[in-house]
Write a protein that binds this ligand. Structure first.
Ligand SMILES: Cc1ncc(COP(=O)(O)O)c(C=O)c1O
Length: 459
């Protein structure tokens, strides 16, 4: 009998949460049920998802920034189909594939001066791990510095530069000499750099967890200090790169000239996993320093044809549709709409971000009665208020958002860069309605909290 994917899906639609509870991450499947995210999506296009009943959802998560071009972009899809039809020889390995060369060339053109050598891998963590190996090979030094709140992936090496204790717990000891420094503390950074044993300082110019943005002078001065102490300055652009913040790289907001840049997520156009680590030729060649070391760092699926084709198509669409400029202008409108809500709702402490990477941070309400509800919720689980808002946005407005990190009262928005005025209006109106409910003690938003508190306390 011929295998039909469509038939297989048709037969088993609706089994997915049970399958995940049985064979995959049961805890995650349970959390999705608790917060009302256990939907059966059947279609995705642009900024929207549809469920089996035909309901439409606005996706402000973008698969954690994988869908900068929106879902199912026709150009990327066509290029992938073209690629499959060509039956090109993929992953020969003992050759130098053309498409990898073309994508490397296209990426180098978009980099700050001097970054002219590329390594392709499959995920963000892969790209950062490669950056760490480049830095050690090039400097001969052991140590690495990273920032509080940093997130660079969850493999053991990237966990070693993770600034969130919740992620590290249970996996220690991590890499010795990989140490945290505080954002905006230049004196502290210089103290760590001074002994001359630090290979790299790794930063997300705009942090993914919480959307924390350093004070204006911090990153340029940190880069200068790194240069002065022979430490490589690494910008992890896995989430904030590729136009998300209104620039091709978020480091361009400060005209930085990093020694190494990492990219991933939307580089595959929302279809194919791919990542790139881009550095100076001199650094690159320190890793592949002799002919017999030409494969000292590699990964089986790096440079695969599908990923390279998707990457080329993605860069083309970013330019053709001027999505980077669009992220800047639409992002400003969205931030302005949310900032106007901040004037009306005391519970919004801050609206911050750049382009379409935006955080809304909450603080305890002013009214005593509401404050008691907030305190009870926070005592059960930190960041629960933000979770309630996320749940209400989904339940009442069919909008997908996320809490901006473990234990924080921050909602993070990462819409596709293709959204327009309509989506901005819908989003601002939905936040308005949910916060109006959340700032009334009998508001429907608080109705969700009992259930969440019960689950939090039973853990
Ligand atoms: C800045 C940054 N670096 C690295 C990673 C890790 O990427 P991946 O999940 O593809 O390993 C992420 C993932 O969210 C990220 O945001």
């Amino acid at each position: 009998m011929a295998f039909s994917l469509a038939e297989r899906i048709e037969e088993r639609q609706g089994d997915q949460y049970a399958l995940h509870r049985q064979y995959l991450n049961a805890s995650l499947a349970r959390v999705q049920a608790i917060i009302g995210f256990d939907k059966t999506y059947t279609r995705g296009e642009g900024a929207y998802l549809w469920d089996a009943a035909g309901n439409r959802y606005l996706d402000l998560l973008s698969g954690y920034s994988v869908f900068n071009l929106g879902r199912g972009h026709p150009v990327v899809r066509r290029v992938i189909q073209e690629m499959l039809a060509m039956e090109r020889p993929n992953l020969v390995k003992m050759d130098c594939p053309l498409l990898a060369g073309l994508l490397a060339e296209a990426l180098v053109k978009r980099m700050p001066p001097g970054l002219d050598a590329v390594f392709f891998a499959n995920s963000g963590a892969d790209a950062v791990d490669t950056a760490l190996k480049f830095a050690r090979a090039a400097t001969g030094r052991p140590r690495v510095l990273y920032l509080d709140h940093a997130f660079h992936g969850l493999t053991l090496s990237t966990l070693s530069i993770n600034g969130g204790p919740q992620f590290r717990e249970g996996f220690e000891p991590l890499m010795p000499g990989f140490d945290e420094v505080e954002m905006d503390d230049l004196a502290g950074l210089e103290r760590e750099l001074y002994p001359g044993d630090v290979a790299a300082f790794v930063v997300e110019p705009i942090q993914g967890k919480g959307v924390y943005i350093p004070a204006d002078g911090y990153l340029p001065e940190a880069q200068r200090l790194c240069r002065a102490h022979g430490t490589l300055f690494v910008c992890d652009e896995v989430q904030a790169g590729l136009g998300r913040t209104g620039k091709f790289l978020s480091s361009e907001h400060w005209s930085l000239e990093p020694d190494i840049v990492t990219l991933s997520k939307s580089l595959g156009g929302g279809y194919v996993p791919v990542s790139a680590t881009i550095t100076r030729r001199a650094i690159h060649d320190k890793m592949f320093s002799r002919l017999e070391r030409c494969q000292v760092h590699s990964t089986t699926f790096g440079q695969n044809e599908l990923a390279m084709a998707a990457g080329l198509a993605t860069l083309h669409v970013l330019d053709e549709e001027q999505l980077i400029e669009r992220a800047a202008t639409i992002g400003q409108k969205l931030m302005a709409g949310l900032a106007a809500l901040q004037e009306r709702y005391h519970v919004i402490a801050d609206v911050r971000g750049k382009g379409l990477m935006i955080a809304i941070e909450f603080r305890p309400p002013r009214s005593l009665a509401l404050r008691a509800a907030w305190t009870a919720a926070e005592a059960a689980q930190k960041g629960l208020f933000a979770q309630l808002v996320v749940m209400a946005l989904m339940r009442d407005h069919r909008i997908l958002t996320q809490v901006g990190g473990p234990g924080v009262n921050i909602i993070k928005l990462l819409p596709p860069l293709i959204i327009g005025e309509q989506e901005v209006e819908t989003t601002v109106a939905a936040f308005d309605a949910v916060l109006a409910e959340a700032t009334r003690i009998r508001g429907r938003v608080w109705g969700l909290s009992g259930q969440l508190i019960k689950h939090a306390l039973s853990q």
